[in-house]
Structures are given as C-alpha cells and as structure tokens.
Design a protein around this ligand. Structure first.
Ligand SMILES: *Cc1c(COP(=O)(O)O)cnc(C)c1O
Length: 462
C-alpha cells in the first residue's frame, strides 16, 4: 500500500514514511492511494475477532511494510492500558447504542489512536536509528492523551505547553503527574492561543526544527485516522449480531473532522453505514457546509464542549480530495482560495455529494444541557457534553429503519461542571483520577516567550 498527498506533489510513500512525515511535505495530508475493499465474506470472518485482533486485521491492509509479527505486537501492547476488556464497549440505552471510547488511560477517545501512535513512533525510530522531539500546545485533553501515548518510549521526548491555570484541574493533574524522564510539561504564562502561537513559530524555524528533529502528534497523522477506523467495524459487528440489521446509522461529535473521517473510510471499505451523522456544537462550519454548501470561517465560540471548539477542521482536506475527484491541483487551488477568502464554494453536484455522504446538524449549549439532563432522567446514564451533542443530533437525523450507534468521546467526570449544571449531580470520578491528587508533579513555569521555550527545548531535547 502506497500513500500520496491530497495536494498531489508527494506520492509513493510506504506506510512507515507516511507516519513519520505527518503533514505531507507539500503542505497536504497523506492518504492511501487506494482504499481496500472488504466483501461480505471477509466482513463475516472479521466479525468474531477481539478488538486487538480486529485492529490487526484492518491495519495489515494499510501497514503493508511492517512485518506482521511486529505489527501484531505493537497493536497488542497499545491496547493493554484500557480498563475494559472490550476496549471500546458498546452498550444499549434508550432506543440507541453508545460506543464508549473513553476506557483508555486518560478517559477520552484520543487514547485509542495515541496509544498506537506512540508505539509506532518508537518502533519506526528504533529501526531507522533516529530520534524525535514532539512539541505541542494543548487546551486540555489532547495534551494528556499525547503524553500517555509517548511516556516511557525510547528515542522520543515530548514537550507539552499548556496555559498556566487555564486548563481544568483534572487535566492539569493528568499531565503533570507523569514523571517519566521523556515527558516535559511547560505551564505557559499566557493563554492557549499564546501557547499555540509559540509552537507554530518554533515549527516555522526550519533550521531549529531539523536540528532537534521536532515532530507533532496532531490529528492529521494518518495513523491516528486509521486507528479510529477499527472501532466502527467493532461496533457494527456487535449491533449486527444483536439486531440482525442490514445497515446502521452512526452519529459522531466532530471538531477536527478526524473521527468522522475515519467513519467515512470505514464506509468506503464496505462497512454498511447507512447515515454517517456529523454533529457539531455552535462552531458549525462543517454542518453549514453539508446542509447548504456554506464552508466559511467564523469566530471561534467557547462552548461546553471545548474539544470541538474548532473552526478550521484540518482533516476536512482529506474529504475534499475525494470530493474534488482525487485531483491534487484542484485541492491546492481550493486551499489557496480558502486561505485568501476564508471560504470555499461548491458546485450543485458537489453539494449533492456532501449530502449523500453525511447528514449534519449543530447543537448549542442549552440543548447540550437539556440532552444530558433528559437522557439521565430516562436512562440513569450520564453523558459528557461532547457525547450529548452526538446523541442529540443522532436522534434528530437517524433513519427510521436502522439501529443507531452514537460515539461517546469522553468520560463525563472529565467535564463534571457541565454535568452538574445539567443534572445537579457530581459524576463519580474513576479511581485512577482520584488517586492523581496525591501524586508527585513535575511542571516548569515559563513566560509566553518563544525564545525561552526554544532554550528549554534545546537543553532537554533527546
Ligand atoms: C477531540 C475530541 C472530539 C473531536 O474529535 P475530532 O476527531 O477532532 O473530530 C470530540 N470529543 C472529545 C472529547 C474530544 O477530545
């Protein structure tokens, strides 16, 4: 299997090179040159596999340059740190199914991909004799999932900048109580935007980037999308066993278009997804785009679902590549126009295709709260605000004839304030999170000054 860029100037990479490249050298995103198809016989064969075995079966089709025994070992190790044997258990509540993606070490769905990415990086670096220093800014969840993915790995250090005093106490504890020597937490005296601007500037200094082998773990890495494809299959096999349905609808709370794009790939591979439902909060560029072809940037609103407070969904370019007929030059032109004008125009045919591929709606904060409270009253199950958005939109847009699966992306205790406002209850913290408060912490406070951050990096890089 070879990989190419959405912008056409990078082609013929094998999987390992695509993972190490992250963002393509031409500024695009990497995609497999073809999507492997599974027929019903093959689907049937996969339907009884455990989660790690299923992940191996699917990843084998894409990671063809990694020897099978190595790939199997990498995958098995990636899913040992989950607190449920099923890894992503499916439960039935009300008249729908919930796929719980928050059983990893940081209780958010990003663990499913980042646990694997950490092991992949370590394996590939060891084989090539290289090293890597990961740097990233976080407003909360991604930072801890990235740290837990990389902790203790060889030839790789991770530096995560968070705005001092401006992430939730649990998120801060999750990050700063990781004491592995290769993990560096920097509390920046400024806002998240300051921290992110510093990271961007540092990546822009190409000499510095090369000298210290800087890398990223952001959601544009193909391996992250691929890891997420697996649980769509896993959910389907269980729903199919239970209901005998021919197809299913799936609802996905979306920010960066990563998770929903994984569902799109699963569908292209032959998974019988009827409606792929995209749910946004009031940062609704994606739902506007699908419903009326209006892909135009607006200001970022802060909502109760902060991990989806995103206007420019970087993974959307992957879908755009297919929408524009796999023509890299057209993607380059579209992205240029978007950069200059802050919007994209679509033809009627493309607008039709968008609606065929997805159903979409946006949910504001007040409906997020009423969804959490009414779902709790009906089922005794507590939703986190991101999951609630997927459920609210899923209920509106599901077809009448098929079962609905809603992806649950975070443990409700991680967003306890919102849950309390909605239900009056404090969701119970998982034991591992309670224990964090008593743990030793390691964090360095640093001014919002790119030179000071660079000095720190240079002194502590591997
Ligand atoms: C990151 C995140 C999302 C959005 O996922 P995308 O892949 O960016 O669409 C949703 N919910 C939670 C809790 C997240 O952390």
């Amino acid at each position: 299997m070879k990989y190419c860029s959405t912008r056409g100037a990078v082609r013929g990479l094998d999987f390992s090179a695509a993972v190490m490249m992250g963002l393509a050298d031409d500024g695009g995103l990497l995609l497999p040159e073809e999507i492997p198809q599974l027929d019903s016989t093959e689907l049937q064969k996969l339907s009884h596999l455990s989660y790690p075995d299923l992940a191996f079966a699917i990843l084998s089709k894409y990671a063809t340059d990694i020897p099978a025994t190595d790939l199997k070992d990498l995958i098995d190790r990636s899913y040992t740190g989950f607190d449920d044997q099923q890894i992503t258990p499916l439960i039935q509540k009300d008249d729908l199914y919930i796929l719980e993606l928050f059983h990893g070490p940081t209780f958010a769905f990003k663990d499913v991909a980042l646990q694997l990415l950490g092991n992949l990086f370590e394996y590939l670096l060891k084989n090539s004799g290289q090293r890597m220093n990961i740097i990233g800014a976080t407003s909360g969840d991604t930072g801890s999932a990235a740290i837990y993915g990389i902790r203790g790995k060889q030839n790789i250090n991770i530096f995560i900048l968070h705005p001092k005093g401006r992430v939730s106490p649990i998120q801060e504890l999750q990050m700063t109580t990781v004491l592995d020597e290769n993990v560096f937490n920097l509390a920046v005296e400024g806002t998240f935007d300051d921290a992110q601007a510093i990271v961007k500037e540092i990546f822009g200094d190409l000499d510095f980037k090369q000298e210290h082998a800087l890398g990223a773990v952001n959601s544009i890495n193909w391996a992250r999308v691929l890891a997420q494809v697996v649980y769509y299959f896993y959910a389907w096999f269980q729903v199919n066993k239970e209901t005998g349905a021919e197809k299913f609808d799936v609802s996905v709370p979306t920010g960066n278009f990563g998770d929903i794009f994984a569902g799109y790939i699963a569908k292209q591979m032959g998974l019988p997804i009827n409606r792929l439902i995209l749910a946004t909060n009031s940062n609704n560029i994606l739902s506007r785009c699908i419903n009326s072809g209006d892909y135009s940037m607006a200001d970022v609103h802060h909502t109760f679902s902060p991990s989806m407070d995103i206007q420019i969904a970087s993974n959307f370019e992957r879908y755009l590549y297919y929408l524009l007929g796999c023509d890299g030059e057209k993607v380059v032109r579209a992205m240029d126009i978007f950069k200059q004008t802050g919007k994209l125009e679509f033809t009627d045919k493309q607008k039709g295709q968008l609606k065929l591929d997805f159903s979409a709606a946006a949910i504001d904060d007040s409906e997020t709260l009423t969804t959490i409270s009414s779902f709790y009253e009906k089922t005794n199950y507590i939703l986190d605000p991101h999951t609630a958005i997927g459920i609210a939109v899923g209920k509106k847009l599901r077809g009448p004839e098929f079962p609905l699966v809603c992806l649950a992306t975070a443990h409700p205790a991680k967003f306890g304030d919102v849950v309390k406002t909605a239900t009056g209850l404090d969701p119970e913290l998982p034991e591992q999170l309670i224990k964090l408060a008593a743990k030793k912490r390691r964090v360095v406070t640093i001014p919002a000054d790119k030179n000071r951050v660079k000095e720190y990096l240079a002194a502590n890089a591997t």
